[in-house]
Each structure stands twice: as C-alpha cells, then as structure tokens.
Design a binder for this molecule. Structure first.
Ligand code: ATP
Ligand code: MG
Length: 332
C-alpha cells in the first residue's frame, strides 16, 4: 500500500481551489488502496504573521472541512502539526543537513525576497522547506501530491534524505512528488494565469464559506477572454477554460457537453448559471460543515485519533534519528 502525506495551511479561508484540487480528491483517493496522512500545517502558517484567534479557529475549521468533503477519519489520519512535537524536533536536526546555499536557491524564497528586502524577512521563510522535508520524511511517505511550485522543495527533501542515509545508513525513504492533474488546478478569477489562492484578494477566489449571493456576484465579475464564445482552450482562453473546469467539476458533466449546451449563449448566461450551480452545491456542503463544526466532542475525538496515529510513527522516526546521531532521546 502506498503512503501519501499532505498538508493544508490554516492561513485564510479555504477556497474552491483547495476543495477541487485537494480535499475532494483526497476523499476519492480513499478508495484507491492508499494510506493517507493529512495534517493542518499550522507551524507553516506562522511564517506570515497571523491573528492568534483566527489561526486557532481556522485550524479546527479545516479539520471539520476535511470531514465535510468526505475524508473519513477512520481511514485517513487527520492531525494537527503543532501537536506532534516530532515535526519541530526533526526540523532542527535536518536544518543541520542542508546548506544556506541550497536554501538560498529555492525560487519561492527568491520570489518573496525580490519583492521586498532580503534582510527584513523572517528566518522561518528561509527555513520552511526544511520543516516541509521533515513533515514528509517522518512518515516514510511514498508520494507527496504537490503543485509545481513545490517540486523544488520536494527535490531538496530527497537530497536531504539521501545525504542523511549516506552518512548514517538507510533512515529515510526518498519520496516522489506527484503534480496534481491539470484539471485539478483552479485558477484565480481575476488573473487566470495564477492559481486561485486563499492568501490573494477576496474577489479572486470563491471561499467554501461564501454566501450564495457573493458566489454568484464573484462569478459574474470574473474576468473573461476577449471573444464572446464559450470553448475550452487553456492557452488562448485561460479564463473561460478555468470556468469550464469548475462547471464540469460541480455538474459532473464533461467539458464537451457543457460547451455544446452553451453553443448559442454568451459569457453572461454561462457565468450566471455557473454561479448558481456552485452556490447551490456549496450550500449543501456548508450545512454539513456547520453540523460537524459544532460537534466539538466528535472533532476532538477525531484529532486525538489522528494525533496518536501520527505521533506513534513520527516519534519512532525521531528516536531512530537521535540514536544515529548521538542525541539522547527519551519520552517520559
Ligand atoms: P496559500 O496562499 O497560503 O499558500 P493555498 O490556497 O495555496 O494557500 P495551501 O494550504 O498552500 O493553500 O494548499 C493546500 C492544498 O490545496 C494543497 O494540496 C494545494 O496543492 C491545494 N491547492 C491550493 N490551491 C489550489 C488551486 N488553485 N488549485 C488546485 N489545488 C490547490
Ligand atoms: Mg499554497
């Protein structure tokens, strides 16, 4: 059985991109003979200053949303990164098996730095690929589903693993990165060249908790391409192609079917229908979410189960690593 590990940062409202590209997909994968570990990446969230109340609230929101989207906590482990000390422990160790040069080459870091000054950045932003390497290596993951922006970090993870294995004997599995399918990549409603992201401006994404009227409004205002014809062409018509992808995902109709349904229609009608479709589907999910979110006992039980499953594996890995490098390890 293949093991995959993946995380979501509680940095903002969950979006349609998170739902279609990750959470919905994760629920489907439970039928594919895959062992899955999903964590709320709250240690990653703090590389950007967060409001403490919101950070804590969103951490629990995401647990509830995962279950709402169909992830079964009896099949997959759902856990909270900060509650498993092994993540921070392994991170510090691995920090000493990576060079400043290697981290400085990470394009995500370079992009951030080029926008403002290097000196003013928090060191966590520079180091977070090491935390990420630890997240994955702790669990001997076979695969990590990542966006192409994360591929370089995964390569670094493999390099760190290989380096450690070379020095101390086989310790870490070198994980493979799998880039999610093109159809699962949802783009921003304001700029179809960049992906929909919860840390961008509000009108560029649909939040899973948006009100129906806001969803409809946002789709109406979504940018479109120049000609007023609905067809799929992600090169020359990225905006409409993105909307077609979303339509298809929510209607379970193929893109061809939708294109033929709207053969004689303009963008206006298409966008209104899409907004209504998504609003009605999200309304169902929102009701389910509310019930789950309010059942505190169930949520805590879920987290406890996930945390204990994860820490059992992660603690073993940390103790093996400590042993190998000569650090004293003991859990009282
Ligand atoms: P941030 O802007 O803070 O990075 P994000 O929206 O990119 O937020 P993450 O927490 O980084 O969200 O990612 C959570 C999961 O959602 C990952 O598996 C990621 O690949 C997936 N994901 C995020 N945005 C999209 C998108 N637009 N399309 C498809 N999948 C996405
Ligand atoms: Mg992201």
């Amino acid at each position: 059985m293949k093991r995959i590990v993946s995380g979501i940062k509680p940095t903002g409202e969950l979006t349609l991109g998170n739902y279609l590209g990750a959470m919905k997909r994760w629920a489907e994968m439970e039928n594919e003979n895959i062992e899955s570990f999903y964590f709320i990446a709250n240690l990653h969230a703090i590389t950007v200053r967060q409001d403490p109340f919101q950070l804590r609230k969103r951490t629990f929101d995401i647990v509830a949303w995962l279950i709402t989207c169909g992830v079964n906590p009896e099949k997959s482990l759902i856990f909270i990164q900060s509650m498993i000390p092994a993540h921070t422990e392994i991170c510090w160790v691995l920090t000493n098996y990576v060079t400043i040069g290697e981290l400085g080459k990470m394009t995500q870091f370079k992009d951030k730095v080029s926008k403002s000054s290097r000196e003013g950045q928090v060191a966590g932003l520079f180091e977070y690929p090491v935390l990420m390497a630890g997240d994955v290596l702790l669990y001997d993951a076979d695969e990590v589903p990542v966006g192409d922006d994360q591929m370089q970090h995964l390569e670094l993870t493999r390099n760190i693993a290989a380096r450690f294995n070379n020095l101390y004997g086989q310790t870490f599995k070198e994980p493979k990165g799998t880039v999610s399918k093109i159809t699962a990549r949802i783009m921003s409603l304001k700029n179809p060249e960049s992906k929909m992201s919860k840390s961008e401006t509000e009108d560029s994404y649909i939040a899973l908790e948006d009100k129906p009227e806001d969803i409809i409004k946002k789709f109406k205002r979504a940018v479109t391409d120049s000609e007023n014809q609905i067809r799929f062409d992600s090169e020359s018509k990225p905006a409409i192609s993105n909307l077609l992808n979303i339509y298809s995902a929510f209607s379970e109709k193929s893109i061809d079917e939708i294109v033929s349904d709207y053969k004689n229609e303009g963008y206006g009608k298409f966008k209104t229908d899409l907004g209504e479709l998504v609003a009605s589907k999200l309304d169902i999910l929102q009701k389910r979410f509310k019930e789950i979110r309010e059942d505190e006992e169930f949520l805590l039980k879920t987290i406890k189960r996930g945390n204990s499953g994860a820490s059992e594996i992660a603690d073993k890995k940390v103790s093996e690593v400590y042993e190998k490098i000569g650090l004293v390890y003991h859990r009282f």
